[in-house]
Write a protein that binds this ligand. Structure first.
Ligand SMILES: [Zn+2]
Length: 263
């Protein structure tokens, strides 16, 4: 899928998680719902950091391009080192390592640890990166025609305001665990969810997605999982824009309403 569909699916997934949390008697305070939805919308772009032309690779100037080159090389190396006998060697790592569940869990755990041990400044940094991505993803062309600096300013202001809201007592810094020692540990959850939702989104398209690596399927470790062939579509196809995106909006809206107990 393309950036906007990925980001929308991420936001909708977190709002759905909010509804599930309310159902299981762990309701999210509204800042957790809002911050999580933004982070998840941003994190749902992150797996494409393995491809130079993706939104995410252009969002942070030379720093983003450098990171993209490193992740691309790493993905290619991991693919070639772990491929099965029937799987061809390849150059370029697009849709490999960063499109798997171990990657999602790993980066989520990393960001959780950073938030717990790094405190307020780490939270600010995590929010900045993800709000910038969410703006790039959700506003798409509108963000492209404006300058990068404007998007970064918007990200910085958003991160600053949201962190100050989150830090106030009762606003959810300790949501889910209730332990002041583990403040902000939940920030890794929307990051895991975003990465997974991205891969599932890609699995609906023509090429499929090796989400379950390294679990072998039909003798292949990088088996491109997906829906039945006839249901798959090209990234950016009308199904994505005219069916899936409105669906994500409706599902996300319904999830949010339930999560905040608004009806
Ligand atoms: Zn992708």
């Amino acid at each position: 899928m393309m950036g906007p569909a990925h980001s929308l699916s991420g936001a909708a997934a977190w709002l759905g998680a909010g509804a599930a949390a309310a159902w299981f008697d762990r309701p999210m305070p509204w800042p957790v719902l809002v911050v999580g939805a933004l982070i998840c919308a941003g994190a749902a772009l992150a797996p494409d950091l393995d491809q130079p032309s993706a939104t995410i690779s252009r969002a942070f100037g030379p720093l983003g391009r450098g990171l993209c080159t490193v992740i691309g090389k790493l993905s290619e190396a991991v693919y070639n080192a772990t491929r099965g006998k029937g799987e061809r060697p390849r150059t370029g790592g697009h849709r490999t390592l960063t499109h798997t569940w171990p990657w999602a869990v790993l980066i989520g755990a990393g960001f959780s640890a950073a938030a717990v041990y790094g405190g307020r400044w780490a939270v600010l940094a995590i929010l900045f990166v993800h709000v910038v991505l969410a703006v790039e993803g959700l506003l798409w062309r509108a963000a492209r025609v404006s300058s990068d600096v404007l998007v970064w300013l918007l990200g910085a202001a958003g991160a600053w305001i949201l962190t100050n809201i989150l830090i106030k007592p009762g606003n959810g810094a300790e949501w889910l665990v209730g332990d002041p020692e583990l403040r902000y540990v939940w920030l890794g959850l929307p990051i895991v969810l975003g990465a997974l939702v991205h891969s599932i989104g890609d699995a609906l398209t023509i090429s499929g997605c090796p989400i379950l690596w390294p679990i072998p399927i039909k003798g292949k470790r990088w088996y491109p999982l997906g829906t039945p062939r006839f249901m798959r579509f090209r990234a950016g196809a009308w199904v994505e824009v005219s069916v899936l995106m409105p669906l994500f909006m409706i599902a996300g809206g319904a999830g949010g309403v339930y999560a905040l107990d608004l009806f």
